[in-house]
Design a protein around this ligand. Structure first.
Ligand code: GYE
Length: 318
């Protein structure tokens, strides 16, 4: 980690350029949080966790909501830079498109911590352009779903529809990579089609409706998040079939609604992706100010929900 010395004095100066800005220890901080959208329970839970922790610590949090628009998120980050926040938390909607503003923040002397989605190292480098990434191991999440699925195929040949998340978002890229890699080792199971439904419930429902018609042999839906899986359950029912039985449904996130659907037998398996980032995010901020070093990422540990464990996990699901 390259840290520019005494960044409060150097902020925005030529010397600070290209290096990770340092952070002085203060009783309170002005913190920016650039969120991607707020139209689903995962985002709502994440924002609440960030706001609650800021409040508990008495830090001033400036929050922006990009409403599902990458262009708006770029503008939001620039507005937080203009506000001269001390630290910026960013959940980058896409990886490449957000890299330039991460570097603009760094050059303005503001350390950036990436939350829940990261930026690939070819576009922005941890320890130089931003401090670190806090989030789940998405490749592992996809791999866990595929492993559970092949172990529970019950002699059936699996023909899978994969509902991908937002194009260009790191969880989409990695959840696909992890799942596809494991599945490729278990022929004759296969993915019949893989398309984006943008992490959205409604798009998940519409796309499933279309794809079930086009691929009547499909007997599994693997959705990159709960929202799309819940949309898929509705589409399967509308087609007169039984979700969880005629067509297996698997997803990632682990919100209450999806965990309840596991209990109802309509979703077969969910890998958790915990949205409660507040405590770890602010702990990292304070640790950095104290001079602690951080690696490229801080990986959240996530549970899973099977028909056997869903009941016990429901009350603590977000
Ligand atoms: O799975 C999804 C959300 O970036 C890890 O984004 C996050 C994902 C999460 O919209 O539901």
């Amino acid at each position: 980690m390259q840290r520019s010395a005494n960044c409060a004095l150097l902020a925005g100066s030529v010397l600070a350029k290209g290096m990770l800005p340092s952070l002085t220890q203060q009783a309170t901080y002005r913190v920016g949080f650039a969120q991607t959208e707020s139209d689903n329970p995962w985002r709502v839970a994440q924002t609440a966790s960030m706001k609650d922790e800021a409040k508990r610590l008495g830090f001033d949090l400036s929050y922006t909501d990009a409403q599902g628009s990458t262009a708006k998120q770029v503008a939001d980050v620039r507005s937080l830079i203009a506000k001269r926040v001390d630290v910026l938390f960013l959940s980058p909607r896409e990886d490449k498109a957000l890299a330039p503003v991460v570097k603009e923040a760094r050059d303005a002397g503001i350390p950036v911590i990436l939350l829940d989605r990261t930026i690939n190292a070819q576009y922005a480098v941890p320890g130089r352009d931003y401090l670190t990434f806090i989030g789940s191991d998405f490749v592992k999440e996809g791999g866990r779903v595929a492993t559970w699925l092949v172990n529970n195929a019950r002699g059936k040949k699996l023909n899978i529809i994969e509902l991908e998340g937002t194009v260009g978002a790191t969880p989409t890229i990695d959840r696909k990579r992890g799942f596809d890699w494991v599945l490729a080792q278990y022929p004759p199971h296969k993915i019949v089609v893989s398309q984006s439904a943008d992490f959205s419930r409604d798009k998940g429902r519409q796309l499933t409706e279309l794809l079930l018609e086009k691929y009547p042999e499909a007997n599994v839906i693997y959705a990159h998040n709960d929202e799309m899986a819940i949309g898929a359950v509705a589409a399967i029912e509308a087609a007169g079939k039984k979700p969880g039985k005629d067509i297996m449904v698997l997803s990632i996130d682990g919100g209450k609604e999806a965990v309840k659907l596991v209990l109802d037998g309509k979703i077969n398996y969910v890998v958790e992706c915990n949205p409660r980032f507040g405590p770890e995010a602010f702990k990292t901020l304070q640790g950095y100010a104290k001079g602690k070093s951080y690696g490229d990422k801080i990986v959240n540990q996530d549970r899973d929900y099977t028909p056997q464990t869903a009941k016990a996990g429901l009350s603590s699901a977000y």
